[in-house]
Design a protein around this ligand. Structure first.
Ligand code: NAD
Ligand code: ZN
Length: 344
C-alpha cells in the first residue's frame, strides 16, 4: 500500500510503497478516508538524531479517519464499513486518567511503549491504519471525513485548551489567540461557539489575519513589536483574561505574558521551544500558566458534535498521496490556509 513515511533523519517525508498491515487481537483496521498534516510532524522531523525517539521508518499521520475494514480477534461492537475518527493520544486504558477519558495524560503510556498513531505507532497517512483498541474510535456518522479529520487534533487540542480555561471566558472578557494556523483557526471558532468573549487573533501575515476574521475573530493584530501595545489598547489597558499561544516560540510566549491580565490563564499550546518563566515578578499577579496536551476522549466527541451543529468547521486544503510531500513543504513554509489533508 502507499504510505507517507519519515525514513531518514533530516530527509523529510517520502511517499513509499509498504506492506499492508493486518489487525492483531483486539485491534481494528481502518481503510483511511482522510489524514491531516500537523505542524507537530515537522517538530518530529526537525529533531536531531540524538533527540529523535519515534522510531524509523515512521508512517506519519496523527489525524486520521477511515471506515472499518478488518477486525482483529475478539473485537466486538464495531461494524465493517462504519466510518470513524481516530482518537490519537492512546493511554493504558486502566489508570485514573484513562478512566476519566483523559488518555492524553496517561502516566503509564510511555513506559508501556504505547504511542499515538503517527507519533511512534504507524499513522494514518497510508491506505490502511491499525487502531489498537475500538475505544479509540469515535463514530463520524454523516460528517464528511475530509472536512472533519483534523478535528481529531486541530480541533481537539484547542478545545481542550479552551475548555480548561472556561472560568476565564466570562462575558465581557477578552481572549487572545496567537497563531491562526491549523489549530488557531479552529480555536477562534470554538471560543465564539462556547463563550461570549471578545476574540483578538494574532498572526504574522495579512492572509492569516483575514482567515481569522472570516472564522469569527473580533479583532486581528499583526505579530510584531507593536502587538502588545495594540492588544492593551483593545482591552482598555487591562489585558486578556485568557491567552492561547498556538505557536510557542520565544516572541509569542513573551507576547502572551505581556498581554495577559491580572488573574488570567496563559495556555501555551505551540511547541516552538520558548520558555515562560513563571514567578511573582515575571508573570501577572495571580496568573496561571499551563501547557496542555491534545485532549480527552469525551472532548473529541464534543468537538465532533460542535461540527455537526455547524458551529465549527475546518478550512481544508486537499491533497492526493502524490502531492503529500508538496503539502508538507507548504506547511513548513507557513503557506497552508487552515489545514492540509491527504485524501487517499
Ligand atoms: P500551523 O503551521 O498550521 O500554524 C501556525 C500558525 O502560527 C501559522 O498561521 C503561522 O503564520 C503562525 N505564526 C508563526 N510564527 C508566528 C509568530 N511569531 N507570531 C504569530 N503567529 C505566528 O501549525 P499547527 O499545526 O496549527 O500547530 C501549531 C503549534 O501547536 C505547533 O507548534 C504544533 O507543533 C503545536 N501542537 C501542539 C499540540 C499540543 O497538544 N500541545 C497539538 C498539536 C499541535
Ligand atoms: Zn498534531
Amino acid at each position: 500500500m502507499k504510505a507517507v513515511q519519515y525514513r531518514e533523519i533530516g530527509k523529510g517525508p517520502e511517499v513509499v510503497e509498504i506492506e499492508e498491515p493486518h489487525p492483531g487481537p483486539g485491534q481494528v483496521r481502518l481503510k483511511v478516508t482522510a489524514a491531516g498534516l500537523c505542524h507537530s510532524d515537522w517538530f518530529v522531523m526537525d529533531l536531531p538524531e540524538e533527540q529523535y525517539t519515534y522510531g524509523l521508518p515512521l508512517t506519519l499521520g496523527h489525524e486520521g479517519a477511515g471506515v472499518v475494514d478488518e477486525l482483529g480477534e475478539g473485537v466486538e461492537g464495531v461494524e465493517i464499513g462504519a466510518p470513524y475518527a481516530i482518537y490519537g493520544p492512546w493511554g493504558c486504558g486502566r489508570c485514573h486518567a484513562c478512566a476519566k477519558g483523559a488518555e492524553n495524560y496517561c502516566p503509564h503510556a510511555a513506559e508501556m511503549g504505547i504511542t499515538p498513531p503517527g507519533l511512534g505507532s504507524p499513522g494514518a497517512m497510508a491506505e490502511y491504519v491499525i487502531v489498537d483498541d475500538p475505544r479509540h474510535l469515535v463514530p463520524l456518522g454523516d460528517l464528511d471525513p475530509v472536512e472533519t479529520v483534523s478535528l481529531t487534533d486541530a480541533g481537539l487540542t484547542p478545545y481542550h485548551a479552551i475548555v480548561s480555561a472556561k472560568e476565564k471566558l466570562y462575558p465581557g472578557a477578552t481572549a487572545v489567540v496567537i497563531g491562526v494556523g491549523g489549530l488557531g483557526h479552529v480555536g477562534v471558532q470554538i471560543l465564539r461557539a462556547i463563550s461570549q468573549v471578545t476574540v483578538i487573533a494574532v498572526d504574522l501575515g495579512e492572509d492569516k489575519l483575514a482567515l481569522a476574521r472570516e472564522v469569527g475573530a473580533h479583532h486581528t493584530v499583526t505579530s510584531d513589536e507593536h502587538a502588545a501595545e495594540r492588544i492593551r489598547e483593545l482591552t482598555n489597558g487591562l489585558g486578556a483574561a485568557a491567552v492561547f499561544d498556538f505557536v510557542g516560540v520565544q516572541p509569542t510566549i513573551d507576547l502572551a505574558r505581556e498581554v495577559a491580565a491580572i488573574d488570567s490563564f496563559i495556555h501555551i499550546v505551540g511547541i516552538g521551544g520558548g520558555i515562560l518563566p513563571a514567578g511573582f515578578f515575571s508573570t501577572p499577579m495571580g496568573a496561571a500558566v499551563r501547557a496542555p496536551y491534545w485532549g480527552t476522549r469525551s472532548e473529541l466527541i464534543e468537538v465532533l458534535d460542535l461540527a455537526r451543529s455547524g458551529a465549527v468547521g475546518v478550512h481544508v486544503e486537499r491533497y492526493g498521496f502524490d502531492s503529500a510531500v508538496e503539502a508538507y513543504q507548504r506547511l513548513h513554509h507557513g503557506e497552508v490556509r487552515g489545514r492540509a489533508v491527504v485524501v487517499p
